[in-house]
Design a protein around this ligand. Sequence first.
Ligand code: SF4
Length: 780
Amino acid sequence: MMNLVQLNMKRRDFLKITSAGAATGFVFSACGHKEEKLIPLLVADQEIIPGVDYWKTSACQQCSAGCGITVRLIEGKAKKIEGNPLHPLNQGRLCARGQAGLQVLYNPDRIRSPLKLNGQRGSGQYQQISWDEALKMVTEKLKELRVRNEAHTLLFLTAPLSGHTRILVERFMQAYGSPNLFIHELFSDEAVRKANLLSMGYDRFASYDLENANYLISFGAAFLETSRSVVRNSLGFAHSRQGRPGVRSKFVQVEPRFSLTAASADEFIAVRPGTEGALALALAHVIIKENLYDKDFVSNSTAGFDEWKAAVLNDYSPEKVSTITGAPQRTIERIAREFARFGPSLAIGGDAAAAHTNGLSNMLAINALNALVGSIGRKGGLFFAPSPPLSPLPKASGESDRRAGSTGTGASGSSTFPSLLQSITLSGLSKRRPINAAIIYNTNPAFSLPEPAQVREFLSQIPFIVSLASFMDETASMADLILPAHTYLEGWQDSIPEIGTGAPMITLGQPVVKPLYNTRAAQDVLFGLAKEIGGPPAESLPWATFLDMLKTSYQGLYRQKRGSVVADDFNRFWDEVVKRGGWWDSEFRQQFQFGTPSKRYEFSPLQENGRVVVMTAPKFEGEEAQFPFHLHIYQSIALGDGRGANLPWLQELPDPMTTVMWNSWVEINPGTAQKLSIREGDLVWVESTRGRIKLPALIYPGAAPDVVNIPVGQGHKEYGSYAKGRGANPIEIIAPLAEPVSGALAWAATRVKIYKSGEAARLAKFGTDIREHSQQSIRR
Ligand code: SF4
């Protein structure tokens, strides 16, 4: 078999060849091209030479960005993960979380076989059972619901999914007959998507042509550390700063906390929480008033400008906004002029700026800046990633039951996190529409939703919960049955990057090692269930395995005869796509089109009583007199929203701004700390109307005097030996407020008070006295 070849190649040679391939664009042909032997698709055991390394491509699944990876294998064991140099998204680079994927695979806390609850919910008492027994339990339950005409009472709860796993889950639920597919992620940035939908017609994150931008303002977006596609963003940003001889972009960061992204900026503007959009409107005010906007773009490609302009000129003068935001008036005026004159300019919004009760109007104001200077669909501006031309799959049969009480939205009944939050916190979902069974996959709402007691109560009311999980986290430990899932290095998966380069692309992940334990691919478990249930689920998923489904869909790419792989027959095409870790077409150019009904940018999509609403004031929970500080939580660069906390490499990674490891902390402004007689290491209570948590104080000059900052990621009560019982979880004291239009959780809208507990602890910090901390004391 011509492609099943041993790769006797050093990494240096591999990189040399693959870099050349990446630079030139590879077209597979039958003439024995050198790259043909790049990465073996399959190497039979007998062909493996002891001590010789092999590399296989796959797809990183440590976040939803969709980076391509290569995995170094020696004697069938994964030894190292690096970025796939062929992949146009990450171009051989990888972030720390991507590197740590090996510790997902080899983690000692992995669930190794199916487990059945053998005690009270939450008792942790499970007994091992066989896959046959486990699947029989699930199929009997799911069949029973359908027989009782209660298919709609099945809940499927998952993290945001990409590629064909998403298609599979949506088809499964539609064919089964339930609209209750919920997507949950704490930092979902739902207000960003909603703003993009209302103003530009795309319910997606935008991609940024950072490489060609000359001026960049980021409002709250931690785009160089945790926000969405961090590797892609870093590459583009680096190019804009150092990749163009004689041209270096200017970067301004606006947010309440001095973050790692802010540390990379030329200028940092600290603003009061929730006022980022007001600042954007003040910039717009100056740009309009001084006639600096792109009149061609505004008149030919936008709608609703005059109404919006009148409101902005009337209500958002730099002088007035200076008092709202705390940013100096002169700074506002100067930045506005620079932004308009030194284009291509780009305004990016997200994270805390989107996570207020006025997050949607903040994001619309930031989008409007791009429209004002004509930076949408143009070089150095923003665009939306094109979809890869996959084959349409046969129509799914069955239809979701949409009887009264359904909270689902969208074609497949999928819904978003805010609906779940609201359903749980308003005690709505289980009361309005009883949930009789739940399948939970790859998400941990018992850790990452506010009001954990209500979340646990909600879960405890569900008669049957099955968890498809690799680790026993806070949510899996509430399940009646645990079906242990492969890690991403053991199974097939793919991702369609939402934030891209302009090329249609899909990242394909092959199993790079044999499964270590008695686990199965979550996708294949769903295929098995569909088959056993029969009827529409079986008809809608006619493939034997997930791999077969992928191959059917990738026929569309094969038929294009363009892009990174072109071959004479599908099998050779497929083999080469597997070897390269996906398919992309870097030559593709797409004319930008707005997706709004007017086919223009909409300046004024929010109206109230016939008048345009350009901004709403942020609301906060907690009276200022009693709770004088804003609570600013942020995603840990290492642990993300807590998913990385079970990986010791990530625990051991010093936080780039504070150098703290293995713990959580609360950042307090030095002046504030002095007033409250708080010293570094004092254990302080941080209390909101929802509860309190105790953390070591870290005196941080990058904290505003009236804001305290806490990283998210620690404070697990389950999730294995490296995560459990370490630090505190600030989500527990977040008020469950939502942005009213998008429903996004307003996780930045909580006020707190802080006070000393009388106890103290030493933080493990890199570069101080870390050697004094034995591994044992650090872990304790
Ligand atoms: S950005 Fe996300 S997908 Fe890319 S390497 Fe990091 S964790 Fe993996």
